[in-house]
Design a protein around this ligand. Structure first.
Ligand code: GDP
Ligand code: MN
Length: 382
């Protein structure tokens, strides 16, 4: 679960990290009042769960009350990386003397948390990491001992020569670690951490990703969830007992079992197609689940063909077949689909489908190839 900047900043403030304190608004009619409280000049900042807002025109400086209103009106309602901007943060503008990057995440190779720090902060740390990785300091953290003050100081003195600034940055790194650890985050990032003209150090941007699997331990944080439309779909599917992850390809996949669902996406990719989603309808698939899954796939405008890949173990092919027939009676769609059915109660399943005029293959690769051809608008060759 991703936090938006204003949420992440509040969390950082709770851990004692100095941050700019702005006011969140959802309507430009409140922009002037917010700017009066915050004090001009202000920065109007789009709140969406995506980076690169500055480059997309979602972060703008406003010097007058008229500008705050005008800029808020233009940013509210814009889309950044397909996400609609419904909230903006009216944040105090600060006089920046230097921009730095600090972040903590998991180093999968070392299987440890890692503190990353760079004097090349500001926008696009991914670009720095890809093109000039030597500009980023990586400091692994022993999860039992945590990030100790002397380690943070070693890193901070590589960024700042001035002792006061280095110590201030080191204190922020330790607090960032405490926040990362105590919230079960998978990422806690400050980009940029800025040095002001008066020499003080503070966070003007904040990004936090929380580990979904640990959210049960943090009911307060779970309440902060602002679901994007895709996540709404995923959460609704979860409530139905399905695991659904939306992707951006063309082949809608309906599969029973997580392993087979992964393998199905791999096969589609391998054969040159693009999966539109991961969808595991689960081990014991009732007809209702299949109907729901079919509706999910059909509601995705990117989907050009559907590949239903069922290997009956605990799942019975006849249940899936009944669900499919019901789904097709209920849903009005012209989307082509391919069914691969094999395993428990295969014969019964095939008969149910055949009675409804649907043929099924037992060959997974052939089925995937056919679905890709259908998505491309070709008449599929068997
Ligand atoms: P991001 O593009 O989504 O990472 O959004 P940021 O909050 O990091 O803002 C992008 C850039 O805008 C920062 O790197 C700063 O250079 C600039 N910026 C943001 N807030 C301020 C501010 O208060 N004063 C000044 N001068 N620049 C700011
Ligand atoms: Mn940023």
């Amino acid at each position: 679960m991703k936090l938006e900047e204003f949420q992440a900043k509040r969390l950082y403030a709770d851990f004692g990290i100095p941050v700019t304190e702005g006011i969140l608004i959802t309507d430009h009619a409140h922009a002037k009042a917010a700017a009066e409280k915050v004090g001009l000049p202000v920065v109007v900042k789009a709140q969406v769960q995506a980076g690169g807002r500055g480059k997309a025109g979602g972060v703008k400086l406003a010097r007058t009350h008229a500008e705050v209103v005008e800029i808020s009106e233009s940013i509210l309602g814009m889309t950044i990386k397909d996400l609609l901007v419904e909230r903006v943060l009216i944040d105090p503008a600060v006089a920046i003397a230097g921009e730095y990057y600090i972040g903590i995440t998991v180093d999968r190779r070392k299987k440890l948390p890692v503190l990353m720090a760079s004097a090349a902060g500001g926008v696009d740390i991914e670009k720095v990491a890809a093109e000039t990785p030597e500009k980023i300091i990586f400091h692994p953290i022993n999860p039992e001992r945590g990030l100790r003050p002397f380690e943070a100081k070693q890193v901070a003195f590589k960024l700042f020569t001035d002792k006061k600034k280095a110590l201030a940055a080191a204190a922020i790194m330790v607090k960032l670690w405490c926040c990362y650890r105590d919230t079960d985050a998978s990422l806690a990032e400050i980009n940029p951490l800025v040095e002001l003209e008066d020499g003080s150090i503070l966070a003007i941007d904040a990004k936090v990703v929380l580990d979904d699997s640990a959210l049960y331990r943090h009911p307060d944080l779970e309440k902060l969830r602002i679901a994007t439309p895709n996540e709404e779909k995923e959460l609704a599917a979860k409530a139905m007992g399905l695991s659904y992850v939306q992707l951006d390809g063309e082949i809608g996949c309906m599969v029973n079992g997580a392993g087979l669902a992964m393998a199905t996406m791999d096969v589609i990719k391998h054969l040159g197609g693009t999966p539109a989603n991961f969808l595991d309808i689960g081990g014991s698939s009732s007809s209702e689940k299949v109907v729901y899954a079919m509706k999910l796939l059909v509601s995705d405008a990117n989907v050009k063909a559907i590949f239903i890949n069922v290997f009956g173990g605990i799942t019975r092919c006849d249940d899936v077949a009944r669900g499919l027939v019901q789904a097709l009676e209920q849903i009005n769609t012209d989307l082509p689909f391919v069914v691969r059915l094999t395993g428990t109660n295969e014969e019964e399943g095939r008969k149910i489908l055949a009675d409804a005029g649907i043929s099924a293959t037992s060959d997974m690769t052939g089925g995937a190839r056919r679905a890709i051809a259908l998505a491309a608008g070709e008449e599929a060759v068997e």
